[in-house]
Design a protein around this ligand. Structure first.
Ligand code: SAM
Ligand code: SF4
Length: 326
């Protein structure tokens, strides 16, 4: 069992397969020219499988693959199939662009729920945010998942005056479709030009929903990062990931493995523990895993707390989101 010094059991691992991506979301990629990590510096498929097995032997029951964009990696299918043979709940987070190429594999791997990121229901705005003109493809792929009875959780990063006026449109989508729309408060990462006045808080999101619907809260799971709600009579639901205004660190069970094989004990941790180098040198990595998680801060990587307006993004030492994976 992997426990931190606050007695939190860590049984959920997120593995980034690559920092490469086929989209260029401005809030995720650093603003300066970004060079993707060379393939030789990334964990290879067999190394990912070996590390995953070590975590599963230590009690991990859930693995989520992420990126960058996990599905741009050439051997993504091979990795997904290998991990699907472990006795775990396996899923991934994707921008949705390539789902149609992976549908058979998703079904073969018995993946029943996928997180797809989509910040707007407007094709031009999609192009503006992602710098790619593939809104229709992503929408078609979301429909494809639903047609194949795969649960879709839609990740929507909400930003002021960009897409906050679409909150009710997203909730309207849950009327006839069994999707879960997850509104995410905009978070600060290296190079993403975060300022507190661009954040739309959980309270503001709920106010918007309240202007049109009657909604009620749903029961929370023991390690939920999202607060769940449903509009009466809708087949789907919505949720809010309130990292910035109401963090959920007290029940955190998450660990993150970056594509270059570094373990992060928190999304906002400054420190990282290299597992890939020692593994390639034939050294044991299990003590490193326990030490890394043992050093986890109580909340938010120990890097910030308190009121939004007081957070100074330039004092937070971390990677860019595209190199962590969310
Ligand atoms: N490429 C995949 C995707 O877009 O779903 C997986 C990686 S992406 C980094 C994972 C999630 O992080 C996405 O839902 C994305 O919207 C979210 N994300 C990226 N930057 C963020 C930020 N600054 N604040 C909040 N969420 C962010
Ligand atoms: Fe790529 Fe996902 Fe980041 Fe957008 S949010 S740039 S799709 S990794």
């Amino acid at each position: 069992m992997i426990k931190d010094s606050f007695n939190r059991v860590h049984n959920y691992l997120r593995i980034s397969l690559t920092d490469n991506c086929n989209l260029r979301c401005f809030y995720c990629m650093p603003e300066e020219d970004y060079e993707f990590t060379k393939a030789s510096r990334l964990m290879q498929a067999d190394e990912i499988e070996s590390l995953a097995k070590i975590f599963v032997n230590e009690g991990v029951t859930k693995i989520r693959l992420t990126g960058g964009e996990p599905l741009v990696r050439k051997d993504a299918g091979q990795i997904i199939l290998a991990l699907s043979r472990l006795n775990i709940d396996l899923s991934f987070t994707t921008n949705g662009a390539r789902i149609h190429e992976f549908l058979d594999l998703i079904l073969e791997a018995n993946i029943t729920s996928i997180n797809v990121s989509l910040d707007t229901l407007d094709a031009d705005k999609f192009h503006l945010i992602t710098r790619r003109d593939i809104f229709a493809q992503v929408m078609a792929n979301i429909r494809l998942l639903l047609e194949n009875n795969i649960q879709v959780k839609l990740n929507v990063v909400v930003m002021k005056e960009l897409n906050d006026m679409e909150i009710v449109d997203f909730v309207e989508w849950t009327k006839d479709y069994p999707i879960e729309v997850r509104f995410i408060e905009f978070m600060p990462f290296a190079g993403n030009r975060w300022t507190s006045n661009k954040v739309v808080s959980m309270e503001e999101i709920l106010q918007q929903v309240d202007s049109k619907y009657t909604y009620y809260p749903l029961a929370a799971g023991p390690n939920d990062t999202a607060k769940h709600y449903k509009v009466a009579g809708h087949s789907g639901s919505f949720a809010i990931i309130s990292t910035m205004t109401s963090p959920f660190c007290g029940t955190c069970n998450r660990m993150r493995l970056t594509a270059d094989g570094k373990l992060k004990n928190c999304l906002f941790s400054e420190s990282e523990t290299d597992l890939l180098g020692p593994m390639r040198n034939g050294e044991p990595v299990l003590p490193l895993i326990h030490e890394c998680i043992g050093n986890k801060a109580k909340a938010l990587g120990g890097q910030f707390s308190g009121l939004l307006q007081d957070i100074e993004a330039n004092t937070i030492h971390n990677r860019s989101m595209i190199t962590i994976g969310g």
